[in-house]
Structure formats: structure tokens, C-alpha cells
Design a binder for this molecule. Sequence first.
Ligand SMILES: NC(=O)c1ccc[n+]([C@@H]2O[C@H](COP(=O)([O-])OP(=O)(O)OC[C@H]3O[C@@H](n4cnc5c(N)ncnc54)[C@H](OP(=O)(O)O)[C@@H]3O)[C@@H](O)[C@H]2O)c1
Length: 266
Amino acid sequence: MDLGLRGKTAIVTGASQGIGAAIARALHTEGVSMVLVARSLERLDPMTRTLGAQVGQTPRPAVYPIVADLGIRAEVERVVAQAIERLGHVDILVNNAGRAHTGSFFDMSEEHLQDIWQVKAFGYVRMVRAIAPHMMERKSGSIINIIGTAARTPTEDFIVGSMVNAALLNFTRGISRSLGRNNVRINSISPGWTLTEWLQRKFELQAAAEGVSVEEIERREARAIPLRRLVTMDEIASLAVLLASDRLPAMTGEDVILDGGATPSI
Ligand SMILES: NC(=O)c1ccc[n+]([C@@H]2O[C@H](COP(=O)([O-])OP(=O)(O)OC[C@H]3O[C@@H](n4cnc5c(N)ncnc54)[C@H](OP(=O)(O)O)[C@@H]3O)[C@@H](O)[C@H]2O)c1
């Protein structure tokens, strides 16, 4: 299916690894030029080079790394200004940067508590505030927020992260009407357990604590899911690319759950 994305432009946040990197790879394959955002240049640089070396594209889509901490308001505004400067305009925003601080609610430090809100909740909201006027003026744009199933089904070791996800779900739905009047769509994807570097590390720590293998932890987690599998980053990327395209022009304010059936909800 031709998604008609060739020549479009995007900002992908948290694009140096995990879900963000998978989405960046998929958009690049579709011919989208991009700004990739993360805090660490050491991780962002190899990602930019890998995309630059992807074959088979003429002309080759441009890829620009921008190092920024999206938990800081001025940094968000700088990213958007630089992205417009480099790409000319921005058609697609993928809000994905977030840090999962899991563990006991009562043991969580005040610093972590604030960090979760600053980076994911305020980070996503500020990115939308900064880029949406540009998209609305052009009467075109697609925004995708990567949220998470904990938005609807909070988990005991992720209470604050679950709150942030619920707030972002509400934000996505709520802002969709104002954006929609100017032909800008906003949707979200709520992944369940997705095999990223972060989840791999979490399983490694769990395996070490329980004295079992990482494979055993992975099998156990998968067994608890109706489809008996964890989500792959590429599945999330496929969905993100479809939502970014103009193939679903009437879809806005929606959240799509991709979790192997782990958290059925209405
Ligand atoms: N993996 C899952 O099972 C799962 C499930 C549900 C939802 N999600 C959501 O999906 C998103 C991505 O998850 P992931 O597992 O792919 O995470 P990840 O592997 O930890 O990657 C996070 C990305 O965000 C960047 N980042 C973190 N803090 C940042 C900040 N303050 N400013 C700019 N960039 C920042 C990281 O790079 P730097 O560290 O260099 O900044 C990295 O590129 C998150 O919003 C997460 O909540 C994940």
C-alpha cells in the first residue's frame, strides 16, 4: 500500500532507541525527512548515520539530530524552531520521549515524581503547543502520541506513570476538536509490554533478582498475555506510519491499543 508519505517531514522525539527509533526507521523507509530528538548525542549520532546509510531512496530523505531535554520548556521551543528551519515545514509530530521510573510508589523520589510529569506530560503538551499553530496555519498535520495501556489500567509499580498516561489520553481526545477544525489530526497509540532496550534491561534486573534466566522472565510475561507474545517495536512503528499518513483522514482523537489483548477495556 502506498502511504503517500514520500517528501513529507517529521519530528520524532526519543528517537535514539526503542519505539522512537523504530518509528524513525519506518518513516524514513517511506521517504520522510526528519528531525530526531534525544538528550544523548552518543546514541543519536549512530541512529542518524544508520538512517543516512539506508539504501534505495532517491532523493534520500534528510535526517537531522537535535540534542535536547524535552523536560525543559525552552528546549521544546528550540527543537520546534530548529525543525522548521531545517525541514522548511513539519507535517508529522511523533511524541514518544519518556522515561519509565517503575517501583514502589512510596519509595519514589520527589525528583523522579517531577521528572515523569515534566518529560512525558508537559513534554508532549508543550510540543503540541509549539508545533500545532504551524500545522493549523498550513491546514495539514498529523500528531501521534505514544502513551501506554497503563492509561486505562494502572499498575502498582507504575502509579505516577499511569497517571501521566491517563492525562495524555484525555489531552489527545480533548485537543482533537480544536486541531480538527484546521485539518490537523491527533491520535495516540497505547502499547503494552514492548520489547525495547528499556524492557530488556528491566527483564535482566528481574531475572538477576529471582535467579532465573532472562528468557524465563520473557516467557512468563508472554504467557500472561492472551496472544502469548510481547509487542514488537516494528508493530508500533507500522501503526504509527499509518496514522501519520493521509490514509485515515477522518480519524482523530483516537487511541489504539496494541498489547496482544492484555488489557481489554472500553
Ligand atoms: N517499552 C514499553 O513496553 C512501553 C509500553 C508502553 C508505553 N511505552 C512508552 O513508549 C515510549 C518509548 O518507550 P521505550 O521503551 O522505547 O523507551 P526507551 O527505550 O527508554 O527510549 C526512550 C527515548 O526517549 C529519549 N528521552 C528520554 N528522556 C528524554 C528527555 N528528557 N528529552 C529528550 N529525549 C528523552 C531517550 O534518549 P536519551 O536518554 O538520550 O534522552 C530515548 O531515545 C515512552 O513514552 C514509554 O512510556 C513503552
